[in-house]
Structure formats: structure tokens, C-alpha cells
Unconditional design. Structure first.
Length: 606
């Protein structure tokens, strides 16, 4: 392919549909987009990231290497994101404890009604619109507050061509009932919607039958925005680049539209029958979805452009469903506590609980909520994407081929793995990494600092990033991986710990702890406690709820009461800013060991 002179190798690769690991968003500081120059000439920017040995082998950073002519470039495996093969079928629903839509009265965002209207006569000469509204009031027991001009222009001819038998699609739009669509004949049996959780690392979507509430399919994908930075801060910075905001917007809507296409084709659903979308995500992801400048999210005093988003046309965000379909985004709380947290609290029912409860969402942006029906307080900690399978050498999503459960025999260090979908393993997902570290600690392969011990055994060897432990074939965990995972778990635990202390409680005061995250179908709570990710409490207090953000977004799609309740939750949550809390860094540093520097907190796993 051809690119302009002085383009970076990174931008050229993205244009070719090849995605490189660029956690820093192209700033030349993370060192993860290494490539090997085979032929040609480039102009390198100064960088201290590459070692002298790497430079002598012809290695360069793709993000700061500018094309000066024809090139031949090799992209090592560890530099690839493999986003081009990212969409996969996800489990429809892990057991979501009591996260069922039945707790709210069924009232979806859009609903179809078949009407057989009386024909006009000399004795009944009301206008076509009034006749339609009268029929809607009788069938739906709702008064219409709005109808678009496009529908009005075609109304007269459509009613007569359809012999006064039509299906109207009504939608709730900002406290107003709107006539979204008018179809000839009876199409009331075909009404569908989508729900999305837009995560920093992963985007998950579901196709839902709005007549029955049944989930017709679930898919997930790596968020292609990861090519421009692994966290929200680097993406916010990238959004200020020329066309940066548009590029990030197109990346996430491209992911969503691909899932919409695949799920509708697989379920034989016509896109014209998809009339609404409900979505949740962190504050930055919602801004980028809507093409709203996220700049001020990262600038003190950290104020987003919006937390409460009015219901829009999905077409305004370039989402390809029925052109008049609706897009409802759940409300957020603050710059770093977004709609995904609101949705999680909604799904878990924490706001209705008498008992003190906690929600821990283990993702790239680790969020913690503490409270009950009396109060809700939340904080966010940048955990990084390690537990979501990114930023670690053999990490992957909880998809087919991922190791999700690990056991190590202490006698010979033989590894037994449970693989999603069975078959040969191709990587390790979050629950697999939690098990692996816990097992390495248990059998004495790993010390509390996260260093692999010098043991004479075929499974322990020295690699490019220090010692590494071999699980199967080319699947390994190295000390750089362990360091990333250690920092991620420390961020989560310390955020939960400081929040509990700030409110004058102890972990033992919490009756229920809901754990959310894309771990697949298996998460071992004992092992999560053993590595210091979760507090040392009885297993009965923990409930793994899977993707609570997606579950909450689905509730909001299917129940008017749930959507309204989400707004009340967002207003109720008090945001606690960790960055200005004096004791947070001490808490974080103390948690940078397995399981913790204070072993009295983990007597059960000492």
C-alpha cells in the first residue's frame, strides 16, 4: 500500500488494517510497538526505550519511525494486537446471581402496536394524524407527544395504501412518547434492540427480542481504539490530534456495527426491525462514541462535557440500525466513574439493599462502589488491561482457546489447564492468570515480590524479559507479565481498601461483594484472595456477576423503571477522587506484593 512520506510506520500499519500494541498512544515511551526494518530507509525520532542490542538488530519503534521511501517491515508477534480477528461469540449469560429483568415491570425502550383504524367518512372527518393518535391511545393507553416531519409527509398515502391497517413503533425519548415508525400491515412480531458495554479494552454486544426479552446472541471484541492507547488518558490525548477524535469514534462504532451485522445475520433479523440501542461504558468511551471532545475529563477539575445523555437517533452516532432507531446511553457519575458503574449498581441492586455491599469491576479502569440504600460512594483506579488479556505476553480474552483454570503439581511442576471450548490452548485469560499466580505462589515457584525463583527445571527458563514459566508449548508467563498483573491487582485492592477506611468501615462489615469483569465462566475466589486481589473474607460473601454493565444496560433497554432508576443512582453516587487522597499511594505500595505487605490481613493464605 502507499502512504505519504513522513507518515509513521504505526499509522501506515493501521491504514493497512494491521494493529500494533501501542499502549502509550504513539508517544514513543512504552516500547511495545517494536518492528524490524528489513529494507528501506526511515527517519527515527530520539528514544531511550530501545536497548543498544535491539537497535543493533534493526529494531525500531513504529510510532516514531517515519517512512522515507519503500519499506519492508517485519512485525514481531509480541508487537501485534490481532484486532482484525477480534469478534467472537461470548457466553450469553454467566449465572448473574439475581440480575434478572423481572425485578422491573416490562416496558421496553421501543414497542410496536398493530392498529386497524376505522376508515374516514362524512361522519368521521378527523385528520389522519388525529385518527392515528386515537388508535394509539386505545391500543397503547399512551398519548403521543411527538412525530417527525418525515412520518407526517408520508402519512396520508401510507394509511390509504395499507387500507388503514398499520403498525406503529413508539419510543420513549426524553420523557416524550414519539412515533418512530409507521409500517403498512402487521409487523408487530418483529421488534429488536441491541445492548452494548463499551469497555476500554473490550466491547460486548447483545441482540435482544423486544417482544419476549430473549437474548438472541452475544458477541465481544477488542476495542480497536486500543491501537491508539491502552488507557483512557492516552486516548483523550490522541483525540486532540488532527482527526484524532474522528478516528477514535470510527474505531468504536466500527466494532459495534460489525457486531450488529454479524448478530442480525446469524439470527435472520432485518436491520429495519432493529429499533433501539441501549449502551453503557465509562465516561471517556461514551464521549468518543458520540464524537464529543473528552479533553476536560483529564484536566483539573476533571469535568466531563456530559454525564446525562439525552436519547438520540442511533444514526447520529453512525450506528447502523433502522435510520429512525433510538440510542439511549445510561448516565455516568463523573470523569472516571461512568455509566458502566451506574449500570453495575442497577444490575446488582446495591441501591435497594439494606446491607452494606460493594461492587468491584475489574477492568482496565478498575471501579469500586460501596454502599446500600442509604448512600453510595465510588472511586476509580487505573488497573490497566492485564486481567482483560492485554499487555501480557500470552494474554487473551475469555474466548475459545483461552486457559481459564490452572493447577500445578508441587512434585514435578506439571501444569493442568482447563481451556474454554476444550482443544489446544492459544493463550491465557484473566481467571487463568489469577489461578496461575496463586498456584506458583502455592508450590514455591514465585516469591512475594513477583520474582520467579531460580529453580532447575525444564519449565523455568530465562527469556527476553527475565525468568519465565512454561505452561504449554509457547505459552509462558514471564516476570514482566507478573509485574503488570501485580500492579493491576494492587490498584484494585488499594482502591477498595481506602474507600472502606474513608467511610469508617472494615472489610468485615461488608455483607456482599459483587465481582464484575470479563473472566469467562470461571473465577476462583480463593485464588483471587490468595494473590491479594480481593480481601480475605468468607467465600459466601462474594458473588461473581460477569458483565454487570451489560446486564444493567439490558435492564434499561427492557424496563422504563430501570432506566429511570439508573438516573437516580447516578445522582446518588458520590465520587471519591483517589488522586487527592493522602493515604492512597501508601495503600497502593503496600499492595505491591503477593498477597500484601501486611500478612495479618491475609491470615488464611499466609
Amino acid at each position: 500500500m502507499e502512504v505519504a512520506k513522513d507518515s509513521t510506520i504505526l499509522s501506515a500499519a493501521i491504514s493497512a488494517g494491521i494493529y500494533l500494541n501501542s499502549a502509550c498512544g504513539g508517544e514513543g515511551v512504552c516500547g511495545r510497538c517494536k518492528v524490524v526494518l528489513k529494507k528501506g530507509f526511515i527517519l527515527d525520532q530520539p528514544s531511550g526505550v530501545l536497548s543498544a542490542q535491539e537497535k543493533s538488530r534493526g529494531w525500531h519503534l513504529a510510532c516514531i519511525s517515519e517512512v522515507q521511501g519503500d519499506l519492508e517491515v517485519e512485525i514481531p508477534v509480541e508487537s501485534r494486537l490481532n484486532l482484525e480477528q477480534s469478534i467472537y461469540s461470548a457466553p450469553e449469560d454467566i449465572e448473574l446471581v439475581k440480575l434478572k429483568e423481572e425485578v422491573f415491570e416490562y416496558a421496553p425502550l421501543t414497542k410496536k402496536f398493530y392498529l386497524e383504524l376505522p376508515r374516514p367518512s362524512l361522519d368521521d372527518k378527523i385528520s389522519d394524524l388525529e385518527r392515528l393518535e386515537r388508535g394509539i391511545l386505545k391500543a397503547a393507553r399512551q398519548e403521543v407527544k411527538h412525530i417527525g416531519l418525515a412520518n407526517l409527509k408520508s402519512l396520508g398515502e401510507l394509511l390509504r395504501d395499507a387500507d388503514w391497517s398499520v403498525t406503529v413503533t413508539l419510543g420513549r425519548r426524553n420523557e416524550v412518547i414519539e412515533i418512530i415508525l409507521i409500517d403498512a400491515g402487521d409487523t408487530s412480531s418483529r421488534n429488536f434492540g441491541f445492548v452494548f458495554d463499551i469497555g476500554t479494552t473490550t466491547v460486548t454486544g447483545q441482540l435482544v427480542d423486544l417482544n419476549s426479552g430473549k437474548i438472541l446472541g452475544t458477541k465481544a471484541t477488542y476495542n480497536k481504539q486500543a491501537a491508539f492507547g491502552s488507557d483512557v488518558i492516552t486516548r483523550i490525548i490522541y483525540a486532540k490530534e488532527s482527526e484524532g477524535l474522528e478516528t477514535l469514534h470510527q474505531a468504536v462504532t466500527g466494532d459495534m456495527n460489525e457486531m450488529i451485522k454479524e448478530l442480525t445475520v446469524e439470527s435472520s433479523v432485518d436491520l429495519n426491525d432493529v429499533t433501539c440501542i441501549s449502551c453503557a461504558g465509562n465516561t471517556t468511551m461514551i464521549h468518543l462514541l458520540l464524537r464529543v471532545d473528552p479533553t476536560y475529563i483529564r484536566r483539573e477539575p476533571y469535568v466531563p462535557t456530559l454525564n446525562f445523555v439525552p436519547v438520540l437517533r442511533a444514526s447520529e452516532a453512525e450506528l447502523r440500525i433502522n435510520p429512525r432507531g433510538l440510542l439511549a446511553c445510561l448516565p455516568g457519575v463523573a470523569s472516571y466513574v461512568g455509566a458502566d458503574v451506574t449500570a453495575g449498581v442497577l444490575a446488582c441492586g446495591i441501591d435497594k439493599s439494606v446491607d452494606l455491599s460493594m461492587l468491584i469491576d475489574i477492568g482496565t479502569n478498575g471501579e469500586v462502589v460501596l454502599g446500600n440504600r442509604e448512600f453510595l460512594i465510588a472511586c476509580a483506579a487505573s488497573a490497566g488491561p492485564a486481567f482483560e488479556g492485554s499487555g501480557v505476553s500470552c494474554g487473551m480474552r475469555a474466548a475459545k482457546g483461552a486457559i481459564q483454570k490452572v493447577k500445578i503439581d508441587p512434585r514435578d511442576y506439571k501444569v493442568s489447564c482447563n481451556v474454554i471450548g476444550e482443544g489446544e490452548p492459544i493463550g491465557i485469560c484473566g481467571s487463568g492468570y489469577i489461578d496461575l499466580i496463586a498456584e506458583m505462589l502455592r508450590v514455591g515457584l514465585l516469591d512475594k515480590n513477583g520474582k520467579i525463583k531460580e529453580i532447575k527445571h525444564d519449565s523455568v527458563r530465562v527469556g527476553e524479559y527475565g525468568r519465565e514459566f512454561v505452561l504449554s508449548g509457547d505459552i509462558v508467563i514471564n516476570e514482566a507479565d507478573i509485574d503488570n498483573l501485580k500492579r493491576a491487582k494492587a490498584a484494585i485492592y488499594s482502591a477498595a481498601s481506602i474507600l472502606v477506611k474513608h467511610m469508617g468501615f472494615k472489610f468485615s462489615d461488608i455483607k456482599k461483594i459483587f465481582i464484575a469483569g470479563g473472566f469467562g465462566t470461571y473465577l476462583d475466589m480463593d485464588n483471587a484472595i490468595a494473590i491479594g486481589l480481593l480481601p480475605a473474607l468468607e467465600k459466601e460473601r462474594f458473588n461473581f456477576v460477569g458483565n454487570s454493565s451489560l446486564a444493567g444496560a439490558r435492564q434499561a433497554l427492557l424496563a422504563k423503571e430501570a432506566f429511570e432508576n439508573a438516573g437516580k443512582i447516578a445522582k446518588k453516587i458520590c465520587y471519591f477522587e483517589l488522586s487527592v487522597e493522602p493515604g492512597y499511594m501508601d495503600e497502593y505500595m503496600a499492595a505491591l506484593f503477593f498477597p500484601h505487605t501486611d500478612l495479618s490481613l491475609f491470615q488464611k493464605v499466609k
